[in-house]
Design a protein. Structure first.
Length: 186
């Protein structure tokens, strides 16, 4: 097992869309409910800071590996995809230096059922973080994944897949990032 300690930096805004489980008040209008609860879409630490969940980074990486379909040298038609899917983990989220109460919102006209192409649309507010950076540690459990292959897949995940709401993978442009540095620990 080896670790890749990666310094990542945003190149586009980041937005979250966590499910809101707060109940509507009696006779509360949908618009008033949205104004009152939109910050619930943030992932928040116990001390009130917004964080990016670890699975967003792991899933972005695994999706990029699938998209790239890099062949494993000497193994015929085998690709690295399955090795990334089962052999790379991210255990810790990235805590951002912004409190949930200080997050700005972005009002968007979206399908009411959350499905693309829906005919009925409503206004929703989503948390928007213009810039972020930090260190994410990837645990590489599969020894067949080389540092060169990992770096190529990670850079592609930041460019073409992204993290969060409205990322490139989901026809958007938010959540893109660059890799500023990678330190390896065996």
């Amino acid at each position: 097992m080896k670790k890749a300690i990666c310094k990542l930096k945003s190149v586009s805004p980041y937005s979250q869309s966590r499910y809101i489980s707060v109940e509507k008040k009696n006779k509360e209008l949908s618009e008033d409910y949205e104004k009152r609860t939109w910050r619930e879409r943030c992932h928040v630490t116990e001390d009130g800071f917004v964080f990016i969940p670890p699975m967003q980074f792991a899933n972005s990486l695994k999706t990029a590996a699938k998209m790239l379909a890099i062949p494993i040298p000497g193994q015929g038609k085998s690709k690295f995809t399955k090795n990334f899917e089962s052999g790379v983990m991210v255990y810790d989220g990235l805590k951002l230096p912004v409190k949930v109460d200080d997050v700005h919102g972005e009002w968007v006209h979206v399908p009411s059922d959350g499905s693309r192409g829906g005919t009925r649309r409503v206004m929703k507010c989503f948390p928007l973080i213009r810039n972020w950076e930090g260190v994410v540690t990837y645990q590489i459990l599969d020894d067949i994944i080389t540092s060169d292959v990992f770096e190529k897949v990670l850079r592609s995940s930041g460019e073409f897949i992204g993290i969060g709401r409205f990322r490139p993978r989901n026809w958007g442009y938010y959540g893109r990032f660059i890799v500023e540095d990678i330190k390896w620990i065996k």
